[in-house]
Design a protein around this ligand. Sequence first.
Ligand code: ADP
Length: 726
Amino acid sequence: MAKDSYGEHSQSPYTAHANGKGFDRSAASREQSPGGIAHETGELHRLLVESVDDYAIFALDPDGYILSWNAGAQRFKGYTAEEIIGKHFSIFYPREKIEEGFPEYELREAARVGRFEDEGWRIRKDGTRFWANVVITALRDAAGHLIGYAKVTRDLTERRMAEDELRASEERFRLLVNSVKDYAIFMLDPTGHVATWNEGAQRIKGYSADEIIGKHFSIFYPPEANAIGHPQHELEIAEKKGVYEEEGWRLRKDGSRFWANVVITAVRRKDGSLAGFAKVTRDLTERRNAQERALASARQVAAEETARQIAETNRARTERLQKLTAALSAAHNIPEITNVVFTQGLPEIGADAAALGLADEQGNKIRVLADHGFGKMPAWARIVSMTDDLPMTRAVRTGRPVVLHSKAERDRIFPKLRDLLDPFSASAVWPLSGRGRNVGALSIHTNKELDDSSLDFMEAFAQQVAQALERASLYQAEQEARTRADEANQAKSAFLAAMSHELRTPLNAIGGYADLLAMGVRGAVTQEQLDDLERIKRSQKHLLGIINDILNFSRVEAGQAIYQYSTVEMCEVITNVGHMVEPQAQAKGLTLEAHECPRDVVVWADKSKVEQILLNLLSNAVKFTNEGTITVTCSFESIEHVDVTVTDSGVGIQEDQLEQIFEPFVQVGRSLTQAHEGTGLGLAISRDLARAMDGEITVTSKVGKGSSFTLSLPRSAERHNDRQRR
Ligand code: ADP
């Protein structure tokens, strides 16, 4: 290269520079004419040479002493012509070159072959070095004798420095590339064989430079990529487009895979021919793993979010269902249920219309009880035969829902419903089952899509509706039964009241007329007749007592008894009633004992009713006791109630009959007590009265040992305050 450029430039100073300096031939000829044309030409050359200042051009004598000097020489070397002419040219050489005898060698060579060229360090006058291109040409006369040398020197220091810089930068670059560890950077020759290798390549791929240089780069590709000729394909694209880039799997020396980013760049020479490919590969496995981890965690987050949303939806749905369930449980009859279905259920479901149909008892027909959102439902659709194939009948017959996702599907299966259901795009009909039977169906129509979640919701809702219907029908049946029972009871009470009233009138007449006869108003009566009249009178009294009991009971039962509350002293009641039964007790030879009861023991009750109860208990005690004692005790330990207990030493009552005796008309152990009269109403009336006054009657008994009946009534102070508070 140095020679090339020298060759080029060797011409120019003589031509271009001469011209460039405005060489003027006529001017030269005018100033210097005496020597003729040849002389003129020589003079011109001298001038020319002297004025050239890009080259040092000077002549040496055959021994190397300087004969001439020009501007360029002065500029490069720093000497003036006066200073240097006559000096030996070795003055320009570094000491080591002189010691080598290099200057003489140059001259000898130039003399021998005519020309010597060299590049090397030379010394300026000030001692500094410069890099010079030197051409020494031997000058010979016509006879061929050596007359000296022409020496042309060019200062190449700058070029040399530029070259050094380039070399240094190339070296730096090479070192740089070599030491890069994160990237595999290497060259491929045009056929794809590895030409260079760096540390990064070794680190990433595992091969040392020795192992890999010269190998084809397809060694880095997995078999499947090689099978389809992928490596070659990459080079073709890089050659055509200049560069090829991709990410993909590559193989390490140990056979493991790594995810690589690969850039292949075609490298071309100056003339455009392909010198090879630069290949830069980066191991992205870590990055890819990180991406995958990020992706996985993103997926996880998404999955968690979805799960959260589902849970939220479920929660919201459960809440809505609970609300509907609550509304349905408050509905006691079919109109209330349909009201909940239509006004609350449909909006929650997102439905536009619905109908509730119930099967009749025989299961032959379904009657639509209520509908909503259809406009006017035609008569044929209100009552349908179970043999008709319609969604409701099908749901009731099969016990399974009929779900129709589209109009087309619905029209195809149930063409009869085309017009009625035309405004709705989808339908779902749910069977309603209660007590093991499909009692009806709930049909729901919507313009929304029937997805799984809305169907689930509808199913749950339909179940709730079915349960509500079942509850309603149970409730209704119970209500009806109760009404019937109440009616029967009232009829009975009314009958008893009427009858006993009717019976009392003639009985009173019987008593009255018997008294008249006994008084002898109708004439004298014999003793025998008097005895008979006495029997009539007893029977009449007995019958009247029974009838009074019945009347009493029917009044109590019918809730017609009237209570007049006051503070009642228990000791007074006990004393009064004791006097009433004393004659009968004495007649049977029984002892009647009343324990002391303080006057301030008072109850809040109707005094006559308390007397009636206690009289009944004492009469029974006398009636069912043949010998021994009847005791009346009063217990007032409790602040809430007062207990009066009548204990006898009579026949007793069997354990399993202790409750029955409070039923009306029950008289147990009839055979044992045949001697006793009664209606079996006394205890029933007594308990009703006691309970009506917030009291109670209880009994304990042992057969053959006696019985103990306790009347418990609220204490007055308590009761009184309580009432006033109300
Ligand atoms: P009545 O006394 O008119 O038969 P009650 O209702 O007063 O009707 O009594 C019902 C039945 O309870 C009596 O028939 C009798 O069998 C039983 N009973 C009631 N009090 C006693 C008692 N103190 N001892 C044994 N049995 C009694």
